[in-house]
Structures are given as C-alpha cells and as structure tokens.
Design a protein around this ligand. Sequence first.
Ligand SMILES: NC(=O)c1ccc[n+]([C@@H]2O[C@H](COP(=O)([O-])OP(=O)(O)OC[C@H]3O[C@@H](n4cnc5c(N)ncnc54)[C@H](O)[C@@H]3O)[C@@H](O)[C@H]2O)c1
Length: 368
Amino acid sequence: MKTIKVGIIGSGGIAAQHAAAYAKLPFVEVTAVADVIPGRAQQFIERQGLDSAAAYESHEALLQQDVDAVSICTPNVSHHRTSVDSLLAGKQVLLEKPMSVTLAEALEMADAARATGNMLSIGFQPRYDPNMKLLQQIVQSGRLGHVYYVETGGGRRRGMPGGTFISKELAGAGAMADIGCYSLDMALNAMGYPRPLTVSAFTTNHFGRNPIYHPEADRFEVEDFGAAMVRFENDVVLQFKISWAMHMDTLGSTMFLGTDAGLKVTPYGSGPWSGVWDGKVGSMTMFHDEFGGHTSTEVPLIHHELNLFYEKVRDFAEAVRDGRPAPIPGEQIVIQQAIIDGVLRSSQERKEVSVELPGNVVALPVVS
Ligand SMILES: NC(=O)c1ccc[n+]([C@@H]2O[C@H](COP(=O)([O-])OP(=O)(O)OC[C@H]3O[C@@H](n4cnc5c(N)ncnc54)[C@H](O)[C@@H]3O)[C@@H](O)[C@H]2O)c1
C-alpha cells in the first residue's frame, strides 16, 4: 500500500485534531509541519509524537518538500494564499473552514483546484453525521415538495472565542465565519447549493466590544451577531442568523418549508455553547397533512458513535490514496463564501447587495 505523505500548515488548536486523525490511518505519515511562529512547529511535532516530521517556518518551505497532501490549519485570512500555493505546488488540500473570507479569494482558490486538477476539500465535519446525510436525503427526495423558504443559523447564548478569532486581520470575520459557515453548509447542502442572487444583512458586536462580556473587548474587531435574508434562483429564500452571544436561549430551529411538507431540525445538546451546527442533529420532525388533517412525524434518528473529525480526515486521506474527487469540493463551497461575502458587504453598505458568480460556478439541482 502506498504511503501518503502529509504536511500540516499551521500548528495551533485544530491542527492537533488533524495529527491525531492521521495517526490512526496506517497508510498516512505526517512528514512536515509548518508554523510562522518560530519554534511552534517543532513543539507541535514533539507534543504529538510525530517522529517522522520535520519543522518549517513557512508554508512555502514546507511546500518544497516531497508531500502528497496538506492539511491547512491556519487562521481564516491565510486560507487563500496557503491553499492556492499548495495547489500550484501539486499538493492535495484539506482546508479548515471557512473556505476564505472574501468571494474573490474563494473564486481564485476554486480556479486553482480546477486548473491543477488537485483537490481542494473544505473541512466541514458535520457532513459526516449520518443524520445530516438523512436530512439532505429527505430534502432532496422531493418529499417536501418545492422548498420555497429555509431558515437556519444558531445561537450561543455566551460563547465568544478570543485569540486569532477576534482579529479582523487574521480571522477576517467573526461568528459568521466561525460558526455561521456550518449552518449555511447544512442548509445549502440539503438545498443542493443553489446560486444566490442577493443578500440583505445586518451584523453587530455589542457583546464583543463590551468589557463586561469579553475580557479582550478592546481588541475585538469582528461581528458577534449577524442576520441575513438571501434570495436564490428558483424562487427560494433563506433566512439566516448567527450569534456568539445574546440575551436569549436560542435563535430557533432550522426549518425547510415545502409545498407538500415542512421539516424542523434542532441541534444536539444544551447549554450556552450549544445551538450551532458544528455538531450533531438533536431531532427532526416533518409536518404534513394526512387524510385532510394536520399531523407530524418524528423522523427516527440514526444512533452512532462516529468521531466526525476523524471521519473528515479519513475520507480526505482515502480520497488522496484512491484518486477520488474532493469529498467537500471548494468549487461548491464558493457559493457559501459568496453569501458570507454578501453578508459582510451588505452590512457595511447598509443595503441589499447583488451576488455576482461566474458561470463556471455550477449549482446542483434545487429540489422542486
Ligand atoms: N473544524 C473545526 O471544528 C474547527 C475548530 C477550530 C478551528 N477551526 C478552523 O481552523 C483554523 C485555525 O484555527 P485554530 O483554532 O487552530 O487557530 P490557532 O490560532 O490556534 O492556530 C493557527 C496557527 O497557524 C499559524 N499560522 C498563521 N499563519 C500561518 C501561515 N501562513 N503558515 C503557517 N502557519 C501559520 C499560527 O501561528 C498558529 O499557530 C481556523 O480557520 C478555524 O476556523 C476549525
């Protein structure tokens, strides 16, 4: 069996999850780690017991090495440069979410994947939850009829990170990019990633900028709350809201309203950090009419013990080994990035903005 040589770019918090997952795969060897903070990659190598890995202080230096694939685990703003450089250097790429900050960056990244034929896969581990797959199957099956309205998002009552996540220069965006991207992926993937036409949005940071609520309020530069209305081709509308902090228990369920049935989905877990779609499904209920009356059906959930993070890394590594296409292709996630880009523009301009996507961004069929 061919050994896949992997490099890890960025050796902070999430990189440890990648290293742990690769360690369980007998056909993978992590041979290189890069971090721009001097000494950090070497410390990571020692901490993770990556005996065959060498340390580098830039992604460019790592990309000169003989590695087949890279995991990119750097802050959001550097996703664009590191992934384009990796693709052009002939590497297969597993990139942490969100794909990028701006749409222009995402388009360039998708173009680089297309032009080189190398894969750019985006790390949305909730896709590996069997109940997320079930949700997609239900919506795509047509059982709901024409899905004309979708509401999603989520809210932490109090769950604002610090560090690189609150820096405009490093993260680019806040709650929208950190956790909003999960709920957008869940809804858009179920809808078949239709093409957005317009976005009208509003973002704030009343909690992050207030020292009562955030210990680093003076350097909090991103949004902690966002709400948006997105219009798509095919007469579909998505309402989207996300919060890192609020005076409320929940921002509500995710719902798909169709002409034949509606589907309500709640997230798994409880407590101030729950209520966002970075984890599992808690319940799924279908609302429909039978024999002239209103009724509802509880969709039986699939019980499992999968480590979703491991599943995402495993699927990527096996795709590299087997020459399969990217499990979660950047070419598709461009559409989500167009929405996040639209949210940030609309909020700044205080008006509805158009979303311009080139013709080669192909929408999957919308359920009708
Ligand atoms: N999928 C998930 O569940 C999940 C969870 C947490 C974070 N993330 C994502 O992972 C990314 C990193 O998050 P984190 O929590 O690990 O951040 P972090 O700040 O802990 O680590 C990032 C590391 O990257 C290094 N770095 C920055 N620019 C670099 C470059 N150009 N080349 C090499 N190294 C560079 C930094 O020095 C730092 O050590 C973010 O985009 C975040 O959204 C995903």
